[in-house]
Design a protein around this ligand. Structure first.
Ligand SMILES: [Cu+2]
Length: 147
């Protein structure tokens, strides 16, 4: 084998090993989410495809949740069911969720996301002092683009 061929094979192997290493040990992109009545705030509107860690803090007084939906529907006009929540199964693909995030606490989840349009939302509906609180409809939603 000539030196040239050895060099070429060596550099191909090197490239393969480096790219395998990069994908196996890729750091997750962290998205910080803040929940309160009646808002959801995210520090990122777009993230690269791959591992994404959602770190959620509930700064409100009530219990909230974080639902991650893959959907092409506009983030703020997903149709409501009769009970006031959105239909997670028909509005898109339910990717994952963090439930029962109590006041002044936090939770996190790491998921692997393909490119596309996503919506983060709280789909809780409850009766509070005789008034129906529909968390999604009241503003607890934010879009996320994975590219
Ligand atoms: Cu909520």
């Amino acid at each position: 084998m000539s030196i040239n061929k050895k060099n070429i094979i060596g550099s191909i192997l090197f490239t393969l090993i480096v790219s395998m290493h990069a994908s196996a040990f890729a750091e997750a992109t962290t998205v910080n989410i803040m929940l309160q009545e009646w808002r959801m705030m995210s520090d990122k509107a777009r993230v690269p495809a791959g591992k994404v860690k959602f770190s959620v803090q509930n700064r409100g007084q009530e219990v909230h949740e974080l639902v991650l939906l893959k959907t092409n529907m506009a983030y703020d006009s997903i149709p409501l069911r009769k009970d006031g929540g959105i239909d997670e199964k028909n509005a898109g693909v339910l990717v994952d969720e963090l439930e029962d995030i109590t006041s002044k606490s936090g939770k996190s989840m790491t998921v692997t996301l393909a490119p596309g349009n996503y919506v983060l939302l709280c789909n809780m509906v409850e009766m509070e002092d005789g008034k129906l609180e529909e968390h999604y409809a009241m503003g607890m939603r934010v879009p996320l683009v994975v590219e």
